[in-house]
Write a protein that binds this ligand. Sequence first.
Ligand code: FDA
Length: 394
Amino acid sequence: MAKQSYDVIVVGAGAAGLMCASVAGQRGRRVLVLDHSDKLAEKIRISGGGRCNFTNLNIHPERYLSANPHFVRSALAQYSQWDFIKLVERHGIAYHEKTLGQLFCDDSAQQIIDLLDTECADGGVTRRLGCAIHSVARSDDGRFVLATAHGEFDAESLVVATGGLSIPAIGATPWGYRLAEQFGLAVTPLKPGLVPLTFDAAEQHAFGPLAGLSLDIAASLGKASFREQGLFTHKGVSGPAILQISSYWQAGQTIELDLLPSADAHHLLSQAAHSEQKLSNVLAQAWPKRFAVQWLAAQGVADAPMRQLSPKTLSALAAQIHAWPIRPGGTQGYKKAEVTVGGVDTRELSSKTLMANKVPGLFFVGEVVDVTGWLGGYNFQWAWSSGYVVGGRC
Ligand code: FDA
Protein backbone atom coordinates (compact mmCIF):
# COMPACT_ATOMS: atom_id res chain seq x y z
CA MET A 1 0.00 0.00 0.00
CA ALA A 2 1.44 3.41 -0.96
CA LYS A 3 2.24 5.87 1.78
CA GLN A 4 -0.38 8.64 2.11
CA SER A 5 0.83 12.14 2.86
CA TYR A 6 -0.83 14.90 4.89
CA ASP A 7 0.24 18.23 6.33
CA VAL A 8 -0.84 17.26 9.85
CA ILE A 9 -1.56 13.97 11.61
CA VAL A 10 -3.46 14.19 14.89
CA VAL A 11 -3.37 11.06 17.06
CA GLY A 12 -6.47 10.92 19.30
CA ALA A 13 -10.01 11.78 18.23
CA GLY A 14 -11.02 13.15 21.62
CA ALA A 15 -11.81 16.68 22.76
CA ALA A 16 -8.41 18.28 22.15
CA GLY A 17 -7.58 16.30 19.00
CA LEU A 18 -10.86 17.13 17.22
CA MET A 19 -10.65 20.79 18.22
CA CYS A 20 -7.11 20.99 16.87
CA ALA A 21 -7.95 19.10 13.65
CA SER A 22 -10.96 21.33 12.88
CA VAL A 23 -8.98 24.55 13.33
CA ALA A 24 -6.04 23.28 11.26
CA GLY A 25 -8.38 21.95 8.55
CA GLN A 26 -10.23 25.24 8.34
CA ARG A 27 -6.86 26.98 7.83
CA GLY A 28 -6.45 24.90 4.71
CA ARG A 29 -4.11 22.26 6.15
CA ARG A 30 -4.66 18.66 4.96
CA VAL A 31 -5.39 16.90 8.25
CA LEU A 32 -5.68 13.21 9.18
CA VAL A 33 -7.05 12.18 12.60
CA LEU A 34 -6.22 8.67 13.82
CA ASP A 35 -7.75 6.85 16.78
CA HIS A 36 -7.50 3.22 17.82
CA SER A 37 -11.01 3.34 19.22
CA ASP A 38 -14.01 2.64 16.97
CA LYS A 39 -15.90 5.56 18.44
CA LEU A 40 -15.33 9.28 18.39
CA ALA A 41 -14.67 11.14 21.66
CA GLU A 42 -16.02 8.55 24.07
CA LYS A 43 -14.99 10.62 27.10
CA ILE A 44 -17.11 13.53 25.95
CA ARG A 45 -20.06 11.17 25.56
CA ILE A 46 -19.84 9.92 29.16
CA SER A 47 -18.86 13.28 30.66
CA GLY A 48 -20.96 15.34 33.01
CA GLY A 49 -23.40 12.49 33.59
CA GLY A 50 -24.11 12.41 29.81
CA ARG A 51 -24.61 16.18 29.55
CA CYS A 52 -20.94 17.28 29.27
CA ASN A 53 -19.82 20.03 31.58
CA PHE A 54 -18.08 21.66 28.60
CA THR A 55 -16.56 24.72 30.30
CA ASN A 56 -16.79 26.99 33.32
CA LEU A 57 -17.61 30.68 33.58
CA ASN A 58 -14.81 31.11 36.13
CA ILE A 59 -11.78 29.76 34.28
CA HIS A 60 -8.56 31.07 35.91
CA PRO A 61 -5.00 29.80 35.43
CA GLU A 62 -4.81 29.29 39.23
CA ARG A 63 -7.39 26.53 38.89
CA TYR A 64 -4.99 24.26 37.04
CA LEU A 65 -2.30 22.02 38.56
CA SER A 66 1.03 21.75 36.77
CA ALA A 67 4.70 21.69 37.73
CA ASN A 68 4.72 25.11 35.98
CA PRO A 69 1.55 26.87 37.14
CA HIS A 70 2.01 29.70 34.60
CA PHE A 71 2.13 27.38 31.59
CA VAL A 72 -1.65 27.46 30.91
CA ARG A 73 -1.91 31.25 30.79
CA SER A 74 -1.07 31.77 27.13
CA ALA A 75 -3.39 29.09 25.70
CA LEU A 76 -6.29 30.07 27.97
CA ALA A 77 -5.86 33.68 26.89
CA GLN A 78 -5.65 32.78 23.19
CA TYR A 79 -8.90 30.77 23.36
CA SER A 80 -11.07 31.39 26.40
CA GLN A 81 -14.30 29.95 27.78
CA TRP A 82 -16.12 32.85 26.06
CA ASP A 83 -14.80 31.71 22.69
CA PHE A 84 -16.04 28.17 23.26
CA ILE A 85 -19.41 29.39 24.53
CA LYS A 86 -19.76 31.41 21.29
CA LEU A 87 -19.06 28.26 19.29
CA VAL A 88 -21.66 26.31 21.30
CA GLU A 89 -24.20 29.08 20.67
CA ARG A 90 -23.35 29.19 16.95
CA HIS A 91 -24.28 25.50 16.81
CA GLY A 92 -27.60 26.22 18.50
CA ILE A 93 -26.81 24.03 21.54
CA ALA A 94 -28.93 24.94 24.55
CA TYR A 95 -27.04 24.96 27.86
CA HIS A 96 -27.39 25.96 31.48
CA GLU A 97 -25.24 26.80 34.48
CA LYS A 98 -25.58 24.09 37.09
CA THR A 99 -23.47 25.40 39.97
CA LEU A 100 -20.19 27.26 40.54
CA GLY A 101 -20.08 28.47 36.91
CA GLN A 102 -20.29 24.94 35.45
CA LEU A 103 -21.96 24.91 32.00
CA PHE A 104 -23.78 21.77 30.83
CA CYS A 105 -25.74 20.89 27.66
CA ASP A 106 -29.47 20.91 28.30
CA ASP A 107 -29.90 17.76 26.22
CA SER A 108 -26.88 15.56 25.62
CA ALA A 109 -23.08 15.43 25.47
CA GLN A 110 -23.53 14.01 21.97
CA GLN A 111 -24.25 17.59 20.84
CA ILE A 112 -20.66 18.60 21.67
CA ILE A 113 -19.35 15.60 19.72
CA ASP A 114 -21.58 16.58 16.78
CA LEU A 115 -20.29 20.17 17.00
CA LEU A 116 -16.68 18.97 16.73
CA ASP A 117 -17.56 16.53 13.98
CA THR A 118 -19.24 19.28 11.95
CA GLU A 119 -16.31 21.65 12.48
CA CYS A 120 -13.91 18.92 11.30
CA ALA A 121 -16.07 18.25 8.23
CA ASP A 122 -16.01 22.00 7.47
CA GLY A 123 -12.23 21.79 7.51
CA GLY A 124 -12.17 18.73 5.23
CA VAL A 125 -10.52 16.64 7.96
CA THR A 126 -9.98 12.94 7.15
CA ARG A 127 -10.60 10.54 9.97
CA ARG A 128 -9.66 6.92 10.57
CA LEU A 129 -11.11 5.21 13.61
CA GLY A 130 -10.25 1.69 14.81
CA CYS A 131 -6.73 2.33 13.58
CA ALA A 132 -3.93 0.93 15.78
CA ILE A 133 -0.64 2.77 15.43
CA HIS A 134 2.38 0.48 15.35
CA SER A 135 5.27 2.94 15.22
CA VAL A 136 6.34 6.52 14.61
CA ALA A 137 9.62 7.43 12.94
CA ARG A 138 11.19 10.56 11.50
CA SER A 139 12.34 10.59 7.88
CA ASP A 140 15.56 12.26 6.77
CA ASP A 141 13.61 15.32 5.62
CA GLY A 142 12.02 15.67 9.08
CA ARG A 143 8.56 14.27 8.30
CA PHE A 144 6.75 12.05 10.82
CA VAL A 145 6.09 8.58 9.40
CA LEU A 146 3.40 6.46 11.09
CA ALA A 147 3.02 2.73 10.45
CA THR A 148 -0.58 1.79 11.29
CA ALA A 149 -3.12 -0.99 10.86
CA HIS A 150 -4.50 1.08 7.94
CA GLY A 151 -1.15 1.51 6.19
CA GLU A 152 1.61 4.09 6.29
CA PHE A 153 1.00 7.83 6.64
CA ASP A 154 3.36 10.75 6.85
CA ALA A 155 3.06 14.44 7.70
CA GLU A 156 5.05 17.56 8.37
CA SER A 157 3.41 18.00 11.81
CA LEU A 158 2.39 15.42 14.39
CA VAL A 159 -0.08 16.34 17.13
CA VAL A 160 -0.35 14.01 20.12
CA ALA A 161 -3.85 14.19 21.63
CA THR A 162 -4.12 10.78 23.30
CA GLY A 163 -5.35 12.06 26.67
CA GLY A 164 -4.64 10.54 30.08
CA LEU A 165 -4.93 7.11 31.67
CA SER A 166 -8.36 7.29 33.26
CA ILE A 167 -11.04 4.78 32.23
CA PRO A 168 -8.89 2.31 30.25
CA ALA A 169 -12.10 0.44 29.36
CA ILE A 170 -12.96 3.16 26.82
CA GLY A 171 -9.58 3.47 25.19
CA ALA A 172 -7.14 5.29 27.45
CA THR A 173 -3.51 4.27 26.87
CA PRO A 174 -0.06 5.63 27.77
CA TRP A 175 0.78 6.01 24.06
CA GLY A 176 1.33 9.78 24.22
CA TYR A 177 3.71 9.54 27.19
CA ARG A 178 5.71 6.78 25.49
CA LEU A 179 5.93 8.82 22.29
CA ALA A 180 7.22 11.82 24.25
CA GLU A 181 9.90 9.58 25.78
CA GLN A 182 10.78 8.16 22.35
CA PHE A 183 11.63 11.71 21.28
CA GLY A 184 13.64 12.38 24.44
CA LEU A 185 11.01 14.50 26.22
CA ALA A 186 10.51 14.19 29.98
CA VAL A 187 7.20 13.07 31.48
CA THR A 188 6.39 14.08 35.06
CA PRO A 189 5.16 11.40 37.53
CA LEU A 190 1.58 10.33 36.80
CA LYS A 191 -1.25 9.63 39.26
CA PRO A 192 -5.04 9.47 39.18
CA GLY A 193 -6.77 12.81 39.86
CA LEU A 194 -10.37 13.82 40.61
CA VAL A 195 -10.67 10.38 42.15
CA PRO A 196 -12.43 8.90 45.21
CA LEU A 197 -10.09 8.24 48.14
CA THR A 198 -9.97 4.99 50.09
CA PHE A 199 -9.43 4.21 53.76
CA ASP A 200 -7.20 1.47 55.16
CA ALA A 201 -8.97 -1.44 56.87
CA ALA A 202 -8.92 0.09 60.39
CA GLU A 203 -10.40 3.43 59.29
CA GLN A 204 -12.87 1.70 57.03
CA HIS A 205 -14.05 -0.37 59.96
CA ALA A 206 -14.58 2.80 62.02
CA PHE A 207 -16.11 4.98 59.30
CA GLY A 208 -17.85 2.30 57.24
CA PRO A 209 -21.19 2.93 59.00
CA LEU A 210 -21.14 6.47 57.54
CA ALA A 211 -21.36 5.06 53.97
CA GLY A 212 -24.02 6.75 51.87
CA LEU A 213 -24.04 9.95 53.94
CA SER A 214 -23.16 13.24 52.30
CA LEU A 215 -22.82 16.73 53.69
CA ASP A 216 -21.46 20.18 52.99
CA ILE A 217 -17.76 20.15 53.91
CA ALA A 218 -14.53 22.00 53.27
CA ALA A 219 -11.63 19.68 52.39
CA SER A 220 -8.18 21.23 52.83
CA LEU A 221 -4.60 20.27 52.14
CA GLY A 222 -1.93 22.94 52.42
CA LYS A 223 -3.17 26.03 50.59
CA ALA A 224 -5.81 24.10 48.60
CA SER A 225 -9.32 24.10 50.06
CA PHE A 226 -12.64 23.12 48.49
CA ARG A 227 -16.06 23.82 49.96
CA GLU A 228 -18.54 21.43 48.32
CA GLN A 229 -20.36 18.19 49.11
CA GLY A 230 -18.45 15.27 50.63
CA LEU A 231 -19.71 11.69 50.47
CA PHE A 232 -18.80 8.69 52.62
CA THR A 233 -18.58 5.49 50.58
CA HIS A 234 -18.08 1.81 51.39
CA LYS A 235 -14.41 2.24 50.52
CA GLY A 236 -13.63 5.73 51.87
CA VAL A 237 -14.67 9.23 50.82
CA SER A 238 -15.83 10.86 47.60
CA GLY A 239 -18.08 13.70 46.42
CA PRO A 240 -16.95 16.92 44.69
CA ALA A 241 -14.93 18.34 47.61
CA ILE A 242 -12.96 15.10 47.94
CA LEU A 243 -12.47 14.67 44.17
CA GLN A 244 -11.06 18.20 44.02
CA ILE A 245 -8.63 17.72 46.91
CA SER A 246 -7.59 14.27 45.60
CA SER A 247 -5.68 15.93 42.74
CA TYR A 248 -3.48 17.70 45.32
CA TRP A 249 -3.10 14.67 47.60
CA GLN A 250 0.08 12.58 47.78
CA ALA A 251 0.22 9.15 49.45
CA GLY A 252 0.75 9.45 53.19
CA GLN A 253 -0.64 12.98 53.53
CA THR A 254 -3.43 13.96 55.91
CA ILE A 255 -6.45 15.89 54.66
CA GLU A 256 -8.42 18.13 56.99
CA LEU A 257 -12.19 18.14 56.73
CA ASP A 258 -14.27 20.96 58.14
CA LEU A 259 -17.54 19.15 58.77
CA LEU A 260 -19.42 22.33 59.61
CA PRO A 261 -18.10 25.07 57.33
CA SER A 262 -21.23 27.20 57.53
CA ALA A 263 -21.45 27.48 61.34
CA ASP A 264 -19.36 27.85 64.48
CA ALA A 265 -19.26 24.50 66.29
CA HIS A 266 -17.99 26.15 69.50
CA HIS A 267 -21.04 28.41 69.52
CA LEU A 268 -23.43 25.56 68.67
CA LEU A 269 -22.13 23.35 71.49
CA SER A 270 -21.65 26.03 74.13
CA GLN A 271 -25.22 27.28 73.67
CA ALA A 272 -26.51 23.86 74.72
CA ALA A 273 -23.88 23.19 77.44
CA HIS A 274 -25.37 22.20 80.83
CA SER A 275 -28.65 21.14 79.16
CA GLU A 276 -30.31 17.73 79.24
CA GLN A 277 -30.12 17.49 75.43
CA LYS A 278 -28.06 14.64 74.07
CA LEU A 279 -24.92 15.65 72.17
CA SER A 280 -26.16 14.02 68.94
CA ASN A 281 -29.39 16.04 69.10
CA VAL A 282 -27.44 19.28 69.38
CA LEU A 283 -25.27 18.33 66.40
CA ALA A 284 -28.39 17.25 64.51
CA GLN A 285 -29.35 20.95 64.33
CA ALA A 286 -26.51 21.26 61.80
CA TRP A 287 -26.10 17.72 60.45
CA PRO A 288 -28.37 14.85 59.42
CA LYS A 289 -29.15 13.03 62.71
CA ARG A 290 -27.76 9.74 61.39
CA PHE A 291 -24.47 11.41 60.57
CA ALA A 292 -24.26 12.96 64.06
CA VAL A 293 -24.83 9.57 65.73
CA GLN A 294 -22.47 7.64 63.45
CA TRP A 295 -19.70 10.22 63.50
CA LEU A 296 -19.68 10.46 67.29
CA ALA A 297 -19.56 6.66 67.49
CA ALA A 298 -16.71 6.57 64.96
CA GLN A 299 -14.82 9.13 67.11
CA GLY A 300 -15.42 7.04 70.22
CA VAL A 301 -17.26 9.99 71.84
CA ALA A 302 -20.13 9.05 74.18
CA ASP A 303 -23.49 10.44 73.08
CA ALA A 304 -24.20 11.77 76.56
CA PRO A 305 -26.46 14.57 77.84
CA MET A 306 -24.69 17.90 77.38
CA ARG A 307 -24.49 18.65 81.09
CA GLN A 308 -22.19 15.61 81.54
CA LEU A 309 -19.64 16.99 79.08
CA SER A 310 -16.90 19.28 80.37
CA PRO A 311 -16.10 22.59 78.62
CA LYS A 312 -12.71 21.06 77.71
CA THR A 313 -14.38 18.07 76.02
CA LEU A 314 -16.80 20.33 74.11
CA SER A 315 -14.00 22.62 73.01
CA ALA A 316 -11.92 19.67 71.74
CA LEU A 317 -14.95 18.28 69.94
CA ALA A 318 -15.67 21.63 68.24
CA ALA A 319 -12.06 21.80 67.08
CA GLN A 320 -12.32 18.25 65.73
CA ILE A 321 -15.51 19.13 63.82
CA HIS A 322 -13.80 22.03 62.06
CA ALA A 323 -10.52 20.22 61.39
CA TRP A 324 -11.17 16.48 61.27
CA PRO A 325 -7.95 14.86 60.02
CA ILE A 326 -8.34 11.90 57.68
CA ARG A 327 -5.46 9.87 56.30
CA PRO A 328 -6.55 8.08 53.13
CA GLY A 329 -4.80 4.80 52.37
CA GLY A 330 -5.01 5.33 48.61
CA THR A 331 -7.32 6.15 45.70
CA GLN A 332 -9.79 4.15 43.65
CA GLY A 333 -7.32 4.39 40.76
CA TYR A 334 -7.63 5.09 37.04
CA LYS A 335 -10.81 3.01 36.79
CA LYS A 336 -12.67 5.70 38.74
CA ALA A 337 -10.49 8.78 38.15
CA GLU A 338 -11.70 11.58 35.87
CA VAL A 339 -8.20 12.68 34.97
CA THR A 340 -4.48 11.95 35.16
CA VAL A 341 -2.34 14.35 37.15
CA GLY A 342 1.08 14.86 35.51
CA GLY A 343 2.06 14.31 31.89
CA VAL A 344 4.45 15.62 29.26
CA ASP A 345 6.71 18.02 31.15
CA THR A 346 5.71 21.60 30.32
CA ARG A 347 9.39 22.61 30.31
CA GLU A 348 9.70 20.59 27.09
CA LEU A 349 6.99 22.66 25.32
CA SER A 350 6.52 26.26 24.24
CA SER A 351 3.59 27.66 26.25
CA LYS A 352 2.63 29.83 23.25
CA THR A 353 2.54 27.06 20.62
CA LEU A 354 2.68 23.77 22.59
CA MET A 355 5.38 22.58 20.21
CA ALA A 356 8.23 20.48 21.63
CA ASN A 357 11.23 22.76 22.01
CA LYS A 358 13.68 20.18 20.72
CA VAL A 359 11.47 18.46 18.09
CA PRO A 360 10.11 20.95 15.53
CA GLY A 361 6.69 19.88 14.21
CA LEU A 362 5.78 17.74 17.25
CA PHE A 363 2.91 19.13 19.37
CA PHE A 364 1.05 17.95 22.49
CA VAL A 365 -2.51 19.00 23.37
CA GLY A 366 -5.08 18.24 26.07
CA GLU A 367 -4.69 15.95 29.03
CA VAL A 368 -1.48 14.26 27.87
CA VAL A 369 0.31 17.47 28.92
CA ASP A 370 1.15 18.05 32.60
CA VAL A 371 -1.91 20.28 33.09
CA THR A 372 -4.85 19.20 35.26
CA GLY A 373 -7.91 21.32 35.84
CA TRP A 374 -10.30 21.46 38.74
CA LEU A 375 -13.55 19.58 38.55
CA GLY A 376 -16.26 21.55 36.76
CA GLY A 377 -15.48 22.02 33.06
CA TYR A 378 -11.86 23.11 33.54
CA ASN A 379 -10.38 20.06 31.82
CA PHE A 380 -12.48 20.40 28.68
CA GLN A 381 -11.58 24.11 28.53
CA TRP A 382 -7.91 23.11 28.55
CA ALA A 383 -8.63 20.66 25.71
CA TRP A 384 -10.39 23.40 23.67
CA SER A 385 -7.74 26.08 24.40
CA SER A 386 -4.70 23.87 23.76
CA GLY A 387 -6.37 22.27 20.72
CA TYR A 388 -7.19 25.68 19.23
CA VAL A 389 -3.67 27.03 19.78
CA VAL A 390 -2.02 24.05 18.08
CA GLY A 391 -4.63 23.99 15.30
CA GLY A 392 -3.46 27.48 14.40
CA ARG A 393 0.23 26.52 14.34
CA CYS A 394 0.64 22.93 13.17
P1 FDA B 1 -9.53 12.27 25.45
O1 FDA B 1 -9.35 11.24 26.48
O2 FDA B 1 -10.80 13.01 25.33
O3 FDA B 1 -9.16 11.71 24.02
C1 FDA B 1 -8.03 10.89 23.80
C2 FDA B 1 -8.28 10.06 22.54
O4 FDA B 1 -7.06 9.40 22.23
C3 FDA B 1 -9.33 9.00 22.74
O5 FDA B 1 -10.28 9.07 21.69
C4 FDA B 1 -8.55 7.69 22.72
O6 FDA B 1 -9.26 6.61 22.15
C5 FDA B 1 -7.35 8.07 21.86
N1 FDA B 1 -6.20 7.22 22.11
C6 FDA B 1 -5.67 6.87 23.29
N2 FDA B 1 -4.64 6.03 23.11
C7 FDA B 1 -4.50 5.86 21.77
C8 FDA B 1 -3.61 5.09 20.97
N3 FDA B 1 -2.68 4.31 21.53
N4 FDA B 1 -3.76 5.12 19.63
C9 FDA B 1 -4.74 5.88 19.06
N5 FDA B 1 -5.61 6.63 19.78
C10 FDA B 1 -5.49 6.61 21.12
N6 FDA B 1 -13.91 17.20 32.04
C11 FDA B 1 -14.66 18.33 32.03
O7 FDA B 1 -14.11 19.41 31.81
N7 FDA B 1 -16.02 18.26 32.22
C12 FDA B 1 -16.67 17.08 32.46
O8 FDA B 1 -17.91 17.03 32.57
C13 FDA B 1 -15.88 15.90 32.54
N8 FDA B 1 -16.45 14.70 32.84
C14 FDA B 1 -15.70 13.56 32.85
C15 FDA B 1 -16.31 12.34 33.17
C16 FDA B 1 -15.54 11.18 33.18
C17 FDA B 1 -16.18 9.86 33.57
C18 FDA B 1 -14.16 11.22 32.82
C19 FDA B 1 -13.33 9.98 32.78
C20 FDA B 1 -13.57 12.44 32.52
C21 FDA B 1 -14.32 13.62 32.54
N9 FDA B 1 -13.73 14.84 32.26
C22 FDA B 1 -14.50 15.99 32.28
C23 FDA B 1 -12.31 14.96 31.85
C24 FDA B 1 -12.25 15.08 30.32
O9 FDA B 1 -13.01 14.03 29.74
C25 FDA B 1 -10.81 14.97 29.81
O10 FDA B 1 -9.98 15.86 30.51
C26 FDA B 1 -10.76 15.29 28.32
O11 FDA B 1 -11.54 14.36 27.61
C27 FDA B 1 -9.33 15.26 27.81
O12 FDA B 1 -9.37 15.49 26.43
P2 FDA B 1 -8.23 14.87 25.49
O13 FDA B 1 -8.66 15.17 24.10
O14 FDA B 1 -6.90 15.32 25.96
O15 FDA B 1 -8.29 13.31 25.75
